[in-house]
Design a protein around this ligand. Structure first.
Ligand SMILES: [Zn+2]
Length: 237
């Protein structure tokens, strides 16, 4: 421990610089994460649009197939109707008539199915349109995020550089004996190397300081929290 005098203003400044650096570094780190999240969102929307397109294609193939079946059976009904006039016996006539009735019934069911699938195709077309719009929207979002992050990066870098210089100046102004101990703390903890004392409590860990510690603080001697180890200071009024 050292007896070098220490102004609380110096520690207030030191802590402020540390906090600002933490904030700026956090923002610098968040930028690329925000871009990555934007890219993941675009990929997800593209997957959804691809699935919507595939569902639509499947429905269209199915509709074509059903319509082909319908036309095929309509052709057969026409043939049967021609045969009806050429029937040689009443029995044959009846058999053809029954076949025509059965085919007509089957086609009636098929027509309902086709109407249903055509409705579904309309629905799937709407969904595909929405999905494509969502892709475009997510791409615009990504573009805006990327531009913002890139725009901020230069500012953040120069702010971090400026504050790092300020930090070193403030650190060099610390009394020599304290400096080494503070540096060790600061390197491992960053802004958590320091804590203001409020209402006789270390605001880093909420432990009450002793009378002795308070006296030392008022005498401008370096005081470390006995509980969390932070370098303590009195906040300025
Ligand atoms: Zn503490």
């Amino acid at each position: 421990m050292t007896n070098d005098k220490l102004s609380s203003a110096a520690l207030v400044t030191l802590h402020r610089i540390h906090r600002q650096l933490t904030d700026l570094r956090g923002r610098r780190e968040r930028g690329p994460k925000q871009i990555a999240a934007g890219e993941a969102n675009v990929a997800k929307k593209q997957e959804e649009a691809k699935a919507a397109k595939e569902a639509l294609t499947r429905a269209k193939v199915k509709a074509d197939d059903l319509q082909l079946q319908l036309r095929h059976r309509e052709g057969r009904i026409e043939d049967l109707q021609n045969k009806l006039n050429l029937a040689n016996s009443n029995k044959e006539y009846q058999a053809i008539k029954e076949q025509i009735a059965a085919d007509k019934q089957a086609n009636s069911v098929l027509t309902d199915e086709i109407l249903e699938i055509l409705e579904r195709i309309e629905d799937l077309e709407r969904k595909l349109k929405d999905a494509n719009a969502a892709v475009a929207h997510s791409q615009e979002d990504l573009k805006a995020i990327t531009q913002r992050v890139k725009g901020e990066r230069a500012t953040l870098e120069s702010e971090i550089e400026r504050l790092t210089t300020e930090l070193h100046q403030a650190e060099n102004a610390l009394p020599g004996a304290l400096r080494a101990e503070y540096k060790r703390l600061s390197e491992s903890r960053g802004e958590d190397a320091l804590a203001p004392v409020e209402n006789e409590v270390c605001t880093g860990c909420y432990t009450t300081i002793t009378r002795q510690m308070k006296t030392e603080l008022l005498m401008a001697n370096p005081v470390f929290c006995k509980s969390c180890g932070r370098l303590l200071y009195m906040p300025e009024e």
